[in-house]
Design a protein. Sequence first.
Length: 390
Amino acid sequence: MTSDLIRPDRPDRRLSRREVLQAGAGAIVASAGAIVVRPGFSKDEPPRPVVRTVLGPVAPEKLGATLMHEHAPIVDWSELFEQQPAPIAPVREKLIADSARLLDAFHRSLAPEDRPGTIVETTPIRVGRYPQLLVDLARRTKVHVVACTGFWCEALAPQHPWAVRLGVTPGGLEQMAALFVREITQGMEDPAGKWGERFTDIRAGIIKIGCSTYLRPSERVCHIAAALASKQTGCPITTHTTKGGGLEQAELLLRHGAAAERIIIGHQGHQDDRLHDEADDYHRLIARLGCFVQFDRVDHEEYGIEKQARQIVRLLEAGYVKQVLVSHDHAPFYCPEFAAETKRPEDWKALEPDYTTVTTKLVESLAKMSVSKSDLRTILVENPRRVLAF
Ligand SMILES: [Zn+2]
């Protein structure tokens, strides 16, 4: 499949899929004129593998315990409803200060050898992901922040119109993959501009995609683009599922070339096979493919701590300790009036989430079920470090 992009040095020749992926830059806007072809990562890259935080590359052994699916400081679905996002500037200091305070509590909950602690910030493109805000937060808190590229799904709101457009445009799939590659290798898009108009030099360190209970067409496009981008860069993929879809996600990503050990199937822990509240067989099927099974809604309604611990223990009993990850899926602030035409600074709702539940209550619960200290460390420290480094 070729794209609509023209090689700058050979205007008579269209770019191949591989060239589009390598180009990254400029491949995002179909009408882009000058395309800078920069294969892969820049020359000033440190020795790989490293973890790409918003403040720069970090050695994997420096992460400490890692919460693999969180949001901070904000989530805002406005653009999914083709509305203006809620204003940030008037409340910026509060968003950052409160989020830093909540994340520092996570840092303090850790034993010295598991510090400083890291969060994977899984707010994808144009749903409240402001790269500079993430940098400012990372400078204020003691924990590392890893940001994501990728588009969210249409489970709870419409698919982002940018993703919809790419999904139905010839060459759009390749452009989406190139967008993800660019955000990983050079820097994330700046939502202050129009779609794909401006970019920062703040890099994403993971690809986030999602599915409804059954995978929908727009979601399939995002999955295939994620697989292509992961295949090229080695970047891990983390997913949202909606009470179902995890196994289909894994199979689709594998079919398009993503490596199993780079795939994290998320939001596990309740009705993941669409049938059973605790879908242990299903988790084992995902793990048998070589992918990670992530229990990342610990203590949410329907995702009680003991219930999550039980399902984790059954995966450990089956021998899959190296494929389990955990988190809360918390957000300090969100804008509940996302579909409204106008939004005021006071529309931001503070949720005051507790980022220490995993490292305190879940750990206690697992220890009571005889999970060893060494297995706990594998889940909280070693597995994240392995999957996030590329
Ligand atoms: Zn989430």
